[in-house]
Design a protein around this ligand. Structure first.
Ligand code: FAD
Length: 486
């Protein structure tokens, strides 16, 4: 047809899913066009998600750590916070990474087209050029013709309909912009994103309230882990409102006045409260309905997700989808693995390589991490899930109060918990609460993928004294052979 650009593979969206797919496809010898509406690659994760939040969480953790040193005889005094400089630091971290992605795209000869993409047919995408930092459309349009497409258009924060349009009401992107530090902050939604941002603002001086519809914070995590987190973080909060709905909000000169109602009949809810900042962290919705998917024949669910098979193929055989737009968990490491599958299947088909063409996404487990202080990390089944599935488990719990390294670090509140199948002794899941839990959970994921049992893990020699040792010790506890303590 009359396309401006022709390619083997079109990738829509430059986030972790999109750039990973584009790079893998290019490495496999395909001609790739990557369409992104923003000025930089990296998507939510690098620009307004994983990376900036961790840059700020690192600073907060060091500030908190330093204050813990008082009891060891070291006092640095109260911190002086220059919020503009802190914001600049975060921006530098982002641009180092997004700049690197731009370089990598060039090196691989991936054609990056800046603009808003919308399908206009089963083999054509129209891209309207965008400018500036954001996505202002210029009206200039280009058509890209493709043999195969990978949709990686991601997700965006859900907005509650009754929230006033006011600078004191933000989503995670607004919170990461770090305009100022409020005195009183409300976190709407007690999930990972809200609690991570709350940690940062609290360490910088804000008092927190959190409101959650369900009966506990950090849904999905083992309740034993969350208990420890909550005990250690109680000092940050004025109110933790569980089983509570937010039903209204009003912008007043004093702040945002928010009203609450019980989530269950017969429950009670607090009186309306006024906040200097309200963070909406009630979930993310996929961008499936905003890309002209119907013009390409791709089905989109009512909620905006795109269904795919284990090869990441949509209902249209030459169009694939990956990342947040295909469903939960909405995590960058999931997107990256799905991206590699889609790129490999496509390269296999276009180049006649049967092995590549049979690639599939078959991860047994996907780990989750809250990068709070302490961190909470989990993978595989939780105890509640095992119970609900009628699986008999053997527990191995190793309290960090018995870990030499944790005590030396002055951070022995954590523990490591592993769950094994009672009959086969194979590992089913694990959770860690404590400093660096996120860096350690990969070992548990590997054990699950490899079908390891409690002896495999317990007999693996872990270096001493490390926090990672706690994984071996927890396995030994489950096996009934843990006699000594590091
Ligand atoms: P996205 O990253 O959303 O990228 C989609 C891209 O497509 C965007 O750049 C968008 O501009 C572009 N796009 C969309 N539609 C169009 C269009 N029509 N035309 C052109 N371009 C388009 N995950 C983790 O694993 N670890 C974490 O620590 C973590 N922390 C997070 C913290 C926060 C505050 C948030 C919000 C998220 C966090 N996540 C984290 C989730 C993670 O960011 C996402 O899972 C990940 O970014 C999904 O990647 P993706 O490629 O599917 O989509």
């Amino acid at each position: 047809g009359n396309a401006d650009i022709n390619c083997d593979v079109l990738v829509l969206g430059g986030g972790p899913g999109g750039y990973s797919a584009a790079f893998r496809a290019a490495d496999l010898g395909l001609n790739v066009v990557l369409v992104e509406r923003y000025a930089t690659l990296g998507g939510v994760c690098l620009n307004v998600g994983c990376i900036p939040s961790k840059a700020l969480l690192h600073v907060a953790a060091v500030m908190d750590e330093v204050s813990h040193l008082k009891s060891a005889g070291i006092d640095f005094g109260a911190p002086r916070v220059d919020i503009d400089q802190l914001r600049g630091h975060k921006e530098k971290v982002i641009s180092k990474l997004t700049g690197g992605l731009g370089q990598m795209a060039k090196m691989r000869k991936v054609t990056v087209v800046r603009g808003y993409g919308s399908f206009v047919g089963a083999n054509h995408l129209e891209v309207e050029e965008t400018t500036g930092d954001g996505q202002d459309k210029t009206g200039t349009k280009k058509v890209v013709a493709f043999q195969r497409a990978i949709i990686a258009a991601g997700s965006q924060a859900v907005r509650l309909p009754f929230m006033p349009d006011d600078p004191r009401v933000v989503d995670s992107t607004g919170a990461l912009a770090l305009a100022s530090v409020p005195k009183r902050m409300l976190i709407l939604g007690g999930g990972i994103i809200g609690l991570e941002m709350g940690t940062v603002y609290s360490t910088l001086g804000a008092r927190l309230d959190v409101v959650e519809m369900l009966d506990g914070l950090m849904q999905g995590a083992d309740r034993d882990l969350v208990k420890v987190w909550q005990k250690m973080n109680a000092y940050r909060f004025d109110n933790i409102m569980l089983k509570t709905k937010t039903v209204g909000a009003e912008a007043t000169p004093e702040g945002i006045k928010v009203s609450f109602a019980p989530a269950e009949e017969g429950g009670s809810a607090p009186e309306p409260q006024t906040y200097d900042l309200v963070l909406q962290a009630v979930g993310r919705s996929p961008n499936g309905k905003k890309i002209g998917a119907d013009k390409a024949g791709v089905s989109v669910t009512d909620r905006g997700f795109i269904d795919v098979d284990i090869q990441m193929r949509t209902n249209v055989p030459h169009i694939f989808a990956i990342g947040d737009i295909v469903g939960q968990p909405m995590l960058a490491h999931k997107a990256v693995h799905e991206a590699h599958v889609a790129a490999e299947v496509i390269a296999g088909e276009l180049k006649g390589d049967k092995a590549l063409a049979s690639a599939a996404f078959n991860a047994r487990v996907i780990p989750s991490v809250a990068y709070t202080d302490p961190e909470v990390a989990w993978v595989g089944l939780t105890e509640d899930q095992a119970k609900a599935q009628g699986i008999k488990v053997r527990k191995g719990l190793f309290p960090w109060a018995a870990s030499g390294r944790a005590i030396a670090n002055g951070r022995d509140e954590g523990f490591t918990k592993l769950l094994f199948d009672e009959e086969t002794h194979r590992i089913l899941g694990g959770g860690i609460v404590g400093t660096h839990a996120g860096d350690m959970i990969g070992e548990v994921a590997l054990a699950i993928e490899m079908g390891a049992d409690s002896v495999d893990i317990g007999k693996t020699i872990h270096p001493h004294p490390t926090l990672g040792e706690s994984i071996g010790m927890a396995a030994e506890v489950a096996h009934g052979s843990c006699t000594d303590v590091p």
